[in-house]
Design a protein around this ligand. Structure first.
Ligand code: C5P
Length: 251
């Protein structure tokens, strides 16, 4: 792979399921990784990155894992650029930034991610824009953030801003995928949390779709946590989801 090529599209359903490491320590995270060797793609979020540090990225890479570094950067362009260059130098596959940082910051983030990866001799990550946090209730958008749009319309506008700024993907609700696909190119990367297999508890997730529905709607990657990690046999739960999806989705 040359350093200026984007990370390749996934091929199998198993490669399209990202499992979050929602755990407080590196040891707990690595125990989970080793308990489900079939999982090839892991999400490292803010809590674990702050507690465990970037060394965990090397531990995951030593195990040949792909990495979604979900730190949701939101800052001035110069700082976004520095953070994205450093994150990209680790050789991660996906990286998140808030679209609300604005176009100048998004352009700086994308440019710096490519430059940071190139300087380190690794492939650049797909920089994903976070459109709207799902924790923001529809009424808070108007009352607190003073944004006079429906949540779905705001998410679409921010997705288009991400694309216009040179980003090649976003994080979105599976419920938004069908509408977003009408406006975004087929190779634009859509990463969806809020996915629940049939029969699984929705827990604190709202507006979920099943893995098959989300993939059929056009999601590129699914982030599925507790239905796998909290299952009595996590490896079997992951395998079951892959088999169900593989039967319904052409690779
Ligand atoms: O266990 P569960 O499948 O709900 O985990 C979903 C993961 O995706 C968690 O790490 C959560 O923080 C993350 N996430 C989310 N909704 C977003 C963005 C990220 O659930 N809008």
């Amino acid at each position: 792979m040359t350093v200026d090529q984007p990370r390749i599209a996934p091929h199998t359903v198993a490669q399209r399921i990202i499992v979050p490491l929602d755990l407080p320590s590196a040891q707990a995270a690595l125990d989970l990784v080793d308990a489900i060797p079939q999982v090839s793609f892991w999400k490292l979020g803010l809590e674990l990155f702050v507690s465990a540090g970037p060394g965990l990225i090397q531990d995951l890479k030593a195990r040949q894992k792909r990495i979604f570094l979900d730190l949701k950067f939101h800052d001035i362009p110069n700082t976004m650029a520095g953070a994205c260059a450093a994150a990209a130098s680790y050789g991660v596959d996906l990286l998140t930034v808030h679209t609300a940082a604005g176009k100048e910051a998004l352009v700086a983030a994308q440019t710096a991610a490519i430059a940071g990866a190139e300087a380190a001799g690794v492939a650049p990550p797909v920089v994903l824009g976070v459109t709207l946090l799902t924790s923001i209730a529809p009424q808070s958008l108007a009352a607190e953030l003073r944004i006079p749009l429906k949540a779905a319309d705001y998410a679409l506008q921010m997705a288009l801003l991400a694309q216009d700024s040179g980003l090649t993907g976003i994080v979105c609700s599976p419920q938004e995928v069908t509408q977003l696909r009408r406006f975004l190119p087929a190779n634009f990367v859509l990463v969806c949390p809020g996915v629940r297999p049939v029969g699984a508890s929705s827990q604190d997730q709202r507006r979920t779709l099943t893995p098959i529905q989300a993939l059929q709607a056009g999601a590129t990657y699914l982030v599925i946590g507790r239905p796998i990690t909290a299952a009595p046999d996590p490896a079997a739960a992951f395998q079951r989801i892959c088999e169900e999806c593989s039967a319904a989705i052409a690779p």
